[in-house]
Structure formats: structure tokens, C-alpha cells
Design a protein around this ligand. Structure first.
Ligand code: NDP
Length: 281
């Protein structure tokens, strides 16, 4: 077994991004990411702080707009419209989840696709599925970078993605298909899941179920990507894959923490930078 070190790859990429940021600055463009946070969700506060910190660390401009929980939907939509037209910001991100009185769909639709660094706008999802992506959701984008870095051959391989969310499972499946893998998407209603996952050369698990995938669910020599982030009663982080059981079966495996997680924010920065670089062209 070999470990896929997401932390090390993220650090390497950040150094590369820093160079690209500096280069862009010589043309008078400072790439900027603005994050909108509504309410006081503690997990969201941490995510948002990490995003701002990493953006600043690579020399980008970054700001967090902290808005009160009771903000009206129309006010938020107006604010997004203002930011759409503000050239200082190349990426706009609204931290999810939103309070119940605000429609997530309306908010995602309001962000102009060119600045939608999360890649959740239906236009960006559609472009990805039609094979002409503009913005790609960060988590699957980061996984593709890891597979590239570790020279995992995808063409003609059997990939199984467990989980079909819009932010991980679906875009992941499409990216693997674009790389010529033969892809199966599994979910909570899939019958005989284990039979399916055992056929995978590349297995990506994004279900949010603590250590769900065990020894008997993985083929010898498979590449296993664990997206899950589950906290146990002691606050310890675990993946969707039982690392201890699977590590000696897999040829390559991502740990949790230190695997997929660190790459996600880095890819968000990469997308923002790319959006800013497009201004140059
Ligand atoms: P969602 O809850 O949106 O989706 C979970 C998916 O898993 C659904 O498609 C669901 O099926 C499927 N599923 C749930 N239980 C089972 C099961 N027992 N067997 C098969 N499929 C199952 O989650 P996300 O995609 O947003 O996130 C998944 C995990 O990844 C979470 O732990 C999350 O914290 C983590 N995550 C980590 C990130 C990172 O940067 N490391 C980023 C994003 C997420 P159905 O559709 O039928 O309900």
C-alpha cells in the first residue's frame, strides 16, 4: 500500500499558485475571492476562515462578508448582483448551508457562472456534463489532481463512485468518464453494493458514513479515494472507508485526515486564479 498524500500535494500546488498569482499581478490583476457567510454555523465559520487564510497565503485578495442569519433573500440576491459586476472579485462563493428562509437554488442561480468558483451553478454543471467545463466543483477536481500526481491510469479502467451528490459524486463520475474510465455511480438504493465496489479499479467513496467500506468491499490492488469526513463521539475524524482494514488491500489510498480534504480548498484557489487569468485573455 502507498499513501496518497493530499497535504503534500496541496502544499506543492499552493507554491505553484503563488507563482501564478505573482505573474498575474505584474499585469495589474490581483485575483480576488469573496466568500459570503450567512449566520453563525460553527462548521461554516471554520471553513470560511480556512479559505480566507489560504487565499491570503498565496497572495490573493480575499474577504468574507458575514451577514446576519435574518437577512432577507432579496437582499442577499442584490448583494450577489453587485459582486457579479465588481471587477475586484473573480470568484464569489456562498457558504452552504443557508438559513431555511433563503432558497439555495435561487442563490446559486444568482452567481454569474464566470465567478461561480464552486461550480454549483446549473450552467457550470451542464457545461461539465457536456464535456466543456468552465468551473468544476473543488473536491472532485482535487481528486483528479491526486490521481494525476500518482500516475493512476484511468483510460479503460473500471471506476465506481459511491455517492451521487451534486458537489461530489456526480461531478466526480463525469470527470472520471472524461478521462475515459468506465464509470458506475452507486447510492443508498444500490443493490449488492459490495459486489459492485469489489469490481472497481478506482473506488471513490463520498457517502458520509463512518468507516462504511471495509476489507470485503475492495478489490486487491484498487486505488481507493475516501472523501468522507465523519467525527466520532470523541471528535476524531474518520473517513467513509475503514482505513485499517483496507490499507493492505489497496495499491493507493487516501488517508483521513490529510487526503482529499486539503486538496479541496487549494482547488478552489486554483479556480479563482483561473477565472482571474481569463480576464487577461
Ligand atoms: P450527501 O449527503 O449530499 O450525499 C451522500 C450520498 O451518499 C448520497 O448520494 C447518498 O445516496 C449516498 N449514500 C448515503 N449512504 C449510503 C450508503 N449506505 N450506501 C450507498 N450510498 C450511500 O454528501 P456529500 O456528497 O456532500 O458528502 C459526502 C461525504 O464527503 C461527507 O462525509 C462529507 O462530509 C464529505 N465531504 C468531504 C469533502 C472534503 O473536502 N474532504 C468535501 C465535501 C464532502 P442517496 O442519494 O440515495 O441518498
Amino acid at each position: 500500500m502507498k499513501l496518497i498524500d493530499g497535504k503534500a500535494l496541496a502544499a506543492k500546488m499552493q507554491a505553484e499558485l503563488k507563482v501564478r498569482v505573482e505573474k498575474l499581478k505584474t499585469f495589474g490583476i490581483v485575483p480576488g475571492l469573496i466568500v459570503i457567510l450567512v449566520g453563525e454555523n460553527p462548521a461554516s465559520q471554520i471553513y470560511v476562515r480556512n479559505k480566507e487564510r489560504q487565499a491570503t497565503a498565496i497572495g490573493m485578495k480575499s474577504s468574507v462578508l458575514r451577514l446576519p442569519e435574518e437577512i432577507e433573500e432579496v437582499e442577499l440576491l442584490n448583494l450577489i448582483e453587485t459582486l457579479n459586476n465588481d471587477d475586484t472579485w473573480h470568484g464569489i462563493l456562498v457558504q452552504l448551508p443557508l438559513p431555511a428562509h433563503i432558497s439555495e437554488e435561487k442563490v446559486l442561480l444568482a452567481i454569474t457562472p464566470e465567478k461561480d468558483v464552486d461550480g454549483f451553478h446549473p450552467m457550470n454543471m451542464g457545461r461539465l456534463w457536456s464535456g466543456n467545463p468552465l468551473m468544476i466543483p473543488s473536491t472532485p477536481a482535487g481528486i483528479m489532481e491526486m490521481l494525476r500526481e500518482y500516475h493512476v491510469e484511468l483510460s479503460g479502467k473500471r471506476a465506481v463512485v459511491v455517492g451521487r451528490s451534486n458537489i461530489v459524486g456526480k461531478p466526480m463520475a463525469q470527470l472520471l468518464m472524461m478521462a475515459d474510465a468506465t464509470v458506475t455511480i452507486a447510492h443508498s438504493r444500490t443493490k449488492n453494493l459490495s459486489e459492485l465496489t469489489r469490481q472497481a479499479d478506482i473506488l471513490v467513496v463520498a457517502i458520509g458514513q463512518d468507516r462504511f467500506i471495509g476489507r470485503n468491499d475492495v478489490k486487491e490492488g484498487a486505488v481507493v479515494i475516501d472523501v468522507g469526513m465523519n467525527r466520532d463521539e470523541n471528535g476524531k475524524l474518520h473517513g467513509d472507508v475503514d482505513f485499517e482494514q483496507v490499507k493492505d488491500i489497496a495499491s493507493l489510498i487516501t488517508p483521513v485526515p490529510g487526503g482529499v480534504g486539503p486538496m479541496t480548498i487549494t482547488m478552489l484557489m486554483e479556480q479563482t486564479l483561473r477565472a482571474a487569468e481569463r480576464k487577461l485573455k
